[in-house]
Design a protein around this ligand. Structure first.
Ligand SMILES: *Cc1c(COP(=O)(O)O)cnc(C)c1O
Length: 238
């Protein structure tokens, strides 16, 4: 199997899941998660037409931005999908299309301050821990609602939606309630903080679903899925 074959297969599964949910596949952005993968494989995916790539470590993302530019790869949109440590927020000012995992007010404040100083606006998602698992990062739904008034005061962030990591479960159906909860939370936020009144928010996206569960996530409203293994194969390390 080549990367191009894998991408075709994933896209066919995306389309089938979208059809089941009476959605258009065009509403769903596939982010190819290339963490730990060498540039050669990213290049193969890009040549097969893949545009969005995700990395969870900012250093690795920025190295790959440079390597991809040097290799003359065309347009790539880079997504920062991992937790951002507070001493590394400056790295998030790199050429990143979307920051998926803003998980604390403190990180949001630092990002906004540093982006503002650089004359930039950063597009971000808020990470929500809907399963309540202690190993997972993110706001609880309640802590996020409590933080929203403060978050919406930060001038240099643009809130594009929510992101979650579902628990690792054997049967993807078991992840469904968590995806549904994230969608309900976004609907709730859209009502209480409508984008029409809050120009720094669009609330357009739900980033949820990975190799094990992206079809269920699409059925529950995902607009962005983050898929690594099904495209690039198993990772030797994280
Ligand atoms: C690694 C990773 C993924 C992709 O995981 P796969 O199971 O390989 O598809 C998605 N999201 C985040 C935040 C990740 O770190």
């Amino acid at each position: 199997m080549t990367i191009a074959d894998n991408l075709d297969k994933v896209q066919a599964r995306v389309a089938a899941a979208a059809r089941r949910a009476q959605r258009s596949p065009d509403e769903i952005t596939l982010v190819a998660v290339s963490k730990t993968m060498p540039l050669a494989l990213i290049s193969e995916a890009a040549e097969a037409g893949q545009i969005d790539f995700g990395e969870n470590r900012l250093e690795e993302l920025l190295e790959k931005v440079d390597a991809a530019a040097e290799a003359g790869l065309g347009t790539i949109r880079w997504h920062a999908i991992g937790t951002i440590q507070s001493r590394k927020t400056k790295l998030a000012l790199g050429p990143i299309a979307l920051i998926h995992a803003v998980d604390r007010v403190k990180i949001a404040q630092r990002l906004s301050r540093q982006a503002g100083d650089a004359g930039r606006t950063l597009e971000v998602l808020l990470e929500v821990n809907v399963s309540g698992e202690e190993s997972k990062h993110g706001f609880t739904p309640a802590s996020m609602k409590a933080a929203l008034p403060d978050l919406l005061e930060l001038p240099a962030l643009r809130y594009c939606g929510l992101m979650t990591m579902a628990p690792f479960v054997a049967d993807p159906e078991e992840a469904r309630p968590f995806f549904r909860e994230l969608r309900c939370l976004l609907e709730d936020i859209r009502q209480n903080y409508p984008a029409a009144k809050h120009p720094q928010a669009t609330w357009a996206h739900l980033s949820m679903g990975m190799t094990a569960d992206f079809e269920v996530a699409i059925e529950e409203g995902a607009t962005i899925i983050r898929v690594g293994t099904a495209i690039f194969g198993h990772r030797e390390y994280e």
